[in-house]
Design a protein around this ligand. Structure first.
Ligand code: MG
Length: 267
């Protein structure tokens, strides 16, 4: 199943099933909102004409209680910033207030002299989980996958020591355009991620190169904390991160998930 969330002038926030038509993603019919977003979204009783996603006011298709990120999970990215490869997954949080819709404007804080993009595959949790065992089937706990831009104020990340501020500004977590369970990067079908800055390819990585694969991450995280439905786990970025300038357009593409596109502007 593939779905998106959009803002309808008539119905408010709507979750919709997504299908591909002539190589384009279309929202074709309403679906029930996930349990964690039911209060905010409209019901399935509405009707709308199928429309291409590019004609809709898309919203971030997640409503997480937390955004649990993995740092330095690709060797070549750790190396490009002069960091060691971690011996265990490196966890940090972005606040839900940093979420941004596809097409939204990423605001570059005046406090920072270097804002970077980081294209990442995101896991969306579907069922509460804690202490997942080594032999446990993880598929029932994963609702699907999406695209995340782990936008980073690189200078503040370094100078603060803690990453919370450098990773946590409002608009620093674009997500979307869809969530899909029709790809299986946890199950031996890696996906390719490509990031373009103003049309030029900057990142090209495969989830086959994750240092800590998806199953390992879920087991590791849930030894420390409960994951709730809707929680989002960006799995790390491949090499090729870099700074942006006001007006730059960033596009992150993952096989089967479409393209997450945003523009950078000063705050
Ligand atoms: Mg990252």
């Amino acid at each position: 199943m593939r779905y998106c969330k959009f803002l309808s002038p008539a119905h408010g926030r709507v979750y919709a099933i997504v299908e591909e038509r002539d190589g384009e993603l279309w929202a074709v019919r309403p679906m029930p909102a996930p349990e964690e977003d039911r209060a905010a979204a409209s019901s399935t009783q509405i009707e709308f004409e199928p429309r291409p996603l590019k004609e809709l006011h898309l919203l971030a298709p997640v409503n997480p209680s937390k955004i649990l990120c993995i740092g330095r999970n690709y060797r070549d990215h750790a190396a490009e910033l002069g960091n060691e490869v971690p011996k265990e997954p490196l966890l940090f949080l972005k606040p839900p207030s940093s979420l941004l819709a596809p097409g939204g404007v990423i605001r570059m804080p005046a406090l920072s002299k270097r804002v970077d993009y980081e294209g990442e595959l995101g896991i969306v949790i579907g069922r509460r989980c804690r202490n997942l065992g080594p032999d446990e089937d993880l598929r029932p706990y994963v609702r699907g996958y999406t695209i995340v831009n782990d936008v980073t104020a690189r200078d503040l990340q370094k100078s603060d020591g803690q990453w919370t501020r450098g990773k946590g500004f409002d608009t620093f977590c674009p997500v979307g355009p869809i969530v899909s369970d029709e790809i299986d990067p946890a199950g031996g079908s890696p996906v390719t991620l490509t990031t373009r800055l103003n049309g030029a390819i900057q990142q090209q990585g495969s989830t086959s190169d994750l240092i800590f694969p998806i199953a390992h991450l879920l087991r590791y995280i849930t030894t420390a904390m409960t994951l709730e439905p809707g929680d989002l786990i960006p799995t790390g970025t491949p090499a090729g991160v870099g700074p942006v300038n006001p007006g730059d357009r960033i596009q992150i593409q993952i096989d089967g998930l479409g393209v997450l596109e945003n523009i950078f502007q000063p705050s």
